[in-house]
Design a protein around this ligand. Sequence first.
Ligand code: PEP
Ligand code: MN
Length: 348
Amino acid sequence: MIIVMDPTAGEREIGAVEAKIRTHGLGVHVSRGTERTLIGAIGDERALEPEMFETMPGVERALHILKPYKLVAREWHRASTTIDVGGVVVGGAEVQMIAGPCSVETPAQMNAAADAVAAGGARLMRGGAFKPRTSPYAFQGKGVDGLRLLKDAAARHGLPVVTELMDVRMLDTFLDQGVDVIQVGTRNMQNFDLLKEVGRVDVPVILKRGMSATVSEWLMAAEYVAAGGNHKIVLCERGIRTFETAYRNVLDVTAIPVLKRETHLPVIVDPSHAGGKAWMVPSLACAAVAAGADGLLVEVHPDPRQAWCDADQALTPADFATLMHRLAALAPAVGRRMAIRAEAWAFA
Ligand code: PEP
Ligand code: MN
C-alpha cells in the first residue's frame, strides 16, 4: 500500500503513519519528494485498508498496489486450473457444454431433456430444483424431489449434474443427493455465508456473476470460496444490467479475456440468461467461444412453450443439436475443440 501525505504534513504526521504500519507487522519505506512524501507499506498489504490511513492527519490518500485477491489470481498461479467433474474436464483444451432446463418439472420432462442433452452431445446436465424467482408467488422449484429427478434423468446417460444452491441449510442434502457441481446464482454472488460454506466442501462450484458486480467484486467472491479450501471454482458470466432494455441482460464478452488474464480459474458463459430469448442464444454462444470461454451453460427444454420457468429463452432439442454442430465447427478456428459425448454423434 502507498500512503500519499499532503504537502503540509510534517515529521509528526509521517511518524504516526509509519507507527501504524508497523503495528500491523509490515515494514516501511519513506520517499521524500520536493512536494510531498510517499510512504510505502512493505509486506502483505491485505491486512491494511485505505480507510485506516485516510482519516489520519496529514494523509491525502492511501492506495492498494496489490490485487485484493490472491488465491484466484493468475499472478500467483500461472497455469490454468482444470476441474474434473466425474471425468469431464472443465478448463482444458475442450470447451464443455452444460445443458438442460431452467427448472426441474416432471419425470417425463426431465427424461426428455436428458435425452436431448445427451443426443446433442453435451457431457454435463443442468436443472434447477430450488429456483430464485423474483415473485414469491411464482413456481419456486421442486426442491429435494427435483434433485432426485435431475440425478435420475441424467444418470440414464451418465451425465454429471449442475444445480443451484440458494440456502446453506440445504448443503448437506446436496451432498447426500450426489450433486456433482453446485451453482451459486447471480443473486447470491455476494452471499458471503453461502460462499464460505461451499468453500468448505470438496465439490466444484459454478459462481455466476452478480448482475451488477464488477469483475473485481466477482473475483473477491471467488476468493471467499477458495479461502475456505475449495479451489474447484468455475466463473460464469451470465449478463449484466445496463441501461439497455431491449434484452434481458447484456452479455459482457469483454469480461472473458479480462478474466482469462486475471485468474487461472475456468470461465464459462450462460448465453440464455444474458439474451433472455432463444433466438439470441446461438449468436451469444458463438461469441463466447470465440472470445475464449471454457464452456457454456445453456437452457434446453423438450417443449419450451410448456416450460414452467424461462420459457422464452429455452432452446428446443433440435435447435440445441444445431448449435452444438455450429460450435464444433467454430471452436477449431480459435484453437479449441468442442467436447462432444462419444455416443452422441456416431452418425456424424
Ligand atoms: C439459472 O441458471 O437458472 C439462474 C437462475 O441463473 P442466474 O442466477 O444467472 O439468474
Ligand atoms: Mn433460468
